[in-house]
Design a protein around this ligand. Sequence first.
Ligand SMILES: NC(=O)c1ccc[n+]([C@@H]2O[C@H](COP(=O)([O-])OP(=O)(O)OC[C@H]3O[C@@H](n4cnc5c(N)ncnc54)[C@H](OP(=O)(O)O)[C@@H]3O)[C@@H](O)[C@H]2O)c1
Length: 279
Amino acid sequence: MAVSVVTGATGGLGRWIGLGLARAGHTVILVGRSRPAGEAAMQWIAQQVPTARLELLIADLSLIAATRQAAMLIDARFPEIDLLVNNVGTFCTTREVTEEGHERVLATNHLSAFVMTRALVPALRAAAKTAGSARIVNIGSSASDRAGIEPDDLEGKRRWGMVRSYSQSKLAMMMTSFGWAARLEGTGVVSNVVHPGAVATKLVRASGAVGLAWRAMSPFLLSEEQGADSPLHACLAPEFATLNGVYVKHRRPVRANRRTENKTLTDRVWNATETLAGG
Ligand SMILES: NC(=O)c1ccc[n+]([C@@H]2O[C@H](COP(=O)([O-])OP(=O)(O)OC[C@H]3O[C@@H](n4cnc5c(N)ncnc54)[C@H](OP(=O)(O)O)[C@@H]3O)[C@@H](O)[C@H]2O)c1
């Protein structure tokens, strides 16, 4: 029985990804920060998949300590994890700092994925040994496609902008996702990034000035269900069990930001991430 973890699963795309995995027969651990929203999401999935095996874990994934603790709880309960979907994401219109002192967008979109992945690698490797493969699917964004990145200023202390911080966090996440792909090569664990498309979710609706632009585009936005299609494809399609270190749009691997091919740069981003994420 496959076991999957989905972060940011209490709403938006994550809830639909959880539903798709439950439909595929996975045990799904939904991770989010709101218990009422989490219970509602579990109920919503169970109504459609009465046989679903669901668990809810409450954690504020903008916090490294809380993310680490959530991962430890998952690891203690499930020694084998077949699929980790790092979906949690946020967009801020002003620079916010978490109670741990990290810039909120980077912490939520990038550091949480890094910390969760690092903690669950042993369980993913164990599942790959048993089942032949395991997957890490990171929900990226086309906002990273042309983004720049400053490894020594990932938190935007020198220069911060709402689009810049979001794009840079997604590029950093992509670089470390490919970093995991390289480090896990040959273990049966693959690590890929998926852009879901432009989707009418809370994240888009809540994004202030940019939200106005998005609202103008709203007739062209995908529904949450449509947005979950490519991520679910990368999670479930047999051919994605062996594709490693790719960037996916519309269900297909596409070329990522060329900066991801610059090893010196990606190593600097990996090292900066390790420093920010702590031990
Ligand atoms: N929508 C798009 O067009 C689009 C495009 C490209 C990529 N993406 C990416 O897709 C992913 C999902 O986004 P979405 O559009 O579905 O956004 P969403 O509707 O805002 O959903 C995000 C989910 O993450 C949860 N969350 C946010 N901050 C959290 C935290 N600190 N701790 C725990 N859970 C937290 C939210 O819970 P709360 O209800 O408690 O906030 C919600 O369940 C993100 O990584 C996003 O960057 C989205």
